[in-house]
Design a protein around this ligand. Structure first.
Ligand SMILES: Nc1ncnc2c1ncn2[C@@H]1O[C@H](COP(=O)(O)OP(=O)(O)OP(=O)(O)O)[C@@H](O)[C@H]1O
Ligand SMILES: [Mg+2]
Length: 506
């Protein structure tokens, strides 16, 4: 059917009007619903249009109240505002501009602005229009990342320890200034290189690689979370001791490890010096002891032999004199002289006894002549005689045969123990046991005295006890003191019967 032209035109116009209205409605709903702020600003700097997203973004209740605000007053930084206006002025468009705005409630937001200039026929600015997107969350995340990077950098840079981070292949990802100093290598030169080849001595490299592999395979690391002492290597190949602590960095993705490395060369040196000087002191003490012992032996011998013989000679001469000299006169004086002469041999005898006693105390001959067992028995009897403290000696020795050095040490320790009993114990009974236990000689001295407190055992004044311990230590032996206040004291001495390397005879 053919319609008249006028009717066709009317229909066509109606269809176009409908299409336009539809397009406008579509545009309007887009404008209302997009999550991006859209605006139109007049030349006078006031909004003439704004979508709901923008109104909300800027913190306004409705468009009317937004329209009363001046656009330029939203900028918090005049420099950012000027930069945006300059670009719009020169290029008519500004894209991806990041600026800070202040919302109505005073809160600052970051937005990304896209804007363009609309001009009339005469090229005059009539409007600015465009979009604003709130990027505050992203900006704050970026900023906190930057801050944490800066903090990390500050820690790395000021750390005294060398801090090295490696990735799961063992390649260096971080190397701080202290690490540069410690290892004599530049950060730029080592980043990305394998750690093993740079700072781990050849002898330890395989172990390091295996450790890393096994961690990656099993998730278990023997070195993780501990402090270990290792050897590291400088750029010039010099090896030095370090203390190392490795931690796994807890992040998503493949594991990375951070090592804190502390050069302990100084500490090691000091430790060695301390050890050396202790050893020297020990050697010195041993030397002094043996010198003293030799000295005593020599003096004892000379006193005994020379003085003893001289006195014996003197005694014989006196006896001869007494027999062969007849007084020429019988005056009182000469009779008195005769009596004095008769007394002299007895007095010389007393002197001889004293000389013997001195020599014996210096170094009892029984120790050299009959051995340790006899010497200890003899000393026990002497002790009882001299002090009145009951002293019982029990020996279970079978065939222990100590060399002179060992026998002397045990004997001197025994003497010091008895001296302590007299001086401190207030005991009435002492029991002495001598026996063998395996390849050790054991001497036990037990008193029933007052006992001692822990502090007396190791006080700085306890030089006697220290000397006993030292003597035993020098022979690979030991001295143990078991004592409680009020219940007596037991001193246990244990000395290997044979010199080290001499072999055990049975
Ligand atoms: N048998 C004991 N009974 C009770 N106390 C003892 C005994 N032996 C030692 N002591 C205590 O242990 C301390 C340390 O003894 P140590 O032999 O080291 O020193 P000392 O005898 O006081 O002096 P010295 O250096 O002259 O031997 C003594 O002062 C004493 O208090
Ligand atoms: Mg003492």
């Amino acid at each position: 059917a053919r319609l008249p032209t006028a009717a066709r035109m009317a229909l066509e116009q109606a269809r176009q009007r409908n299409a336009l209205r539809e397009a406008e409605t579509r545009y309007q709903s887009l404008f209302d619903d997009v999550p991006v702020g859209l605006f139109k600003v007049a030349r006078n700097g006031r909004f003439v249009d704004a979508n709901p997203a923008l109104i909300e973004m800027l913190g306004y209740a409705d468009r009317e109240s937004l329209f009363t605000a001046k656009v330029l007053s939203f900028f918090t930084d005049p420099l950012e505002r000027r930069a945006l206006l300059t670009v719009l002025d020169e290029a008519d468009v500004a894209e991806h501009f990041e600026v800070r705005l202040r919302r109505r409630d005073g809160k600052m937001i970051w937005v990304e602005a896209n804007a363009r200039v609309i001009r009339n026929d005469r090229e005059q600015v009539t409007y600015y229009e465009g979009s604003l997107e709130d990027i505050t969350t992203r900006k704050l995340a970026e900023q906190s990342l930057r801050e944490s990077e800066a903090r990390k950098g500050a820690i790395l840079n000021s750390a005294i320890d060398a801090i090295i981070t490696i990735d799961e292949r063992g390649h260096i990802t971080e190397f701080n200034p202290a690490a540069e100093q410690t290892f004599g290598r530049r950060r730029a030169e080592v980043l990305g290189k394998e750690l093993a080849g740079l700072i781990i001595p050849l002898s330890l490299r395989d172990r390091h690689r295996r450790g890393l592999e096994s961690y990656l395979a099993t998730g278990q690391g023997a070195m993780l979370g501990k402090r270990v002492e290792l050897t590291a290597m400088r750029a010039d190949g010099k090896e030095f001791p370090v203390e190392l602590a490795i931690t796994k960095v807890d992040l998503e993705g493949p594991p990375t490890f951070t090592g804190f490395v502390h050069d302990i060369t100084q500490r090691k040196r000091a430790e060695k010096q301390l050890r050396d000087s202790r050893e020297q002191l020990r050697v010195l003490a041993a030397h002094l002891q043996s010198v003293r012992e030799e000295e005593r032996s020599r003096i004892a011998r000379e006193v005994h032999d020379e003085l003893g013989q001289a006195l014996t000679g003197l005694k014989m001469d006196l006896a001869w004199l007494d027999k062969n000299s007849r007084p020429a006169s019988t005056t009182d004086e000469s009779r008195q002289a005769g009596e004095k002469l008769k007394e002299l041999p007895a007095r010389v005898d007393a002197i001889i006894a004293t000389v013997r006693k001195i020599a014996t105390e210096l170094r009892p001959p029984v120790l050299d002549d009959l051995g340790l067992e006899a010497a200890i028995e003899w000393q026990s009897q002497e002790f009882e005689k001299r002090t009145g403290i009951n002293c019982r000696f029990h020996s279970g020795l079978k065939h222990a045969d100590l060399d002179q050095e060992r026998a002397t040490a045990v004997f001197r320790i025994f003497q010091e123990t008895l001296t302590n009993v007299v001086r401190h114990a207030e005991a009435t009974q002492v029991n002495v046991h001598l026996r063998e236990e395996g390849d050790k000689l054991v001497l036990e001295v037990h008193d029933n005295g007052r006992g001692m407190a822990g502090r007396e055992l190791s006080g700085p004044q306890s030089l006697g006890l220290l000397g006993m311990r030292e003597r035993a230590t020098m022979l690979d032996g030991e001295v143990n003191i078991i004592s409680r206040q009020g219940s007596g004291t037991r001193v246990d001495v244990r000395i290997p019967i044979h010199r080290p390397g001499e072999g055990v005879k049975s």
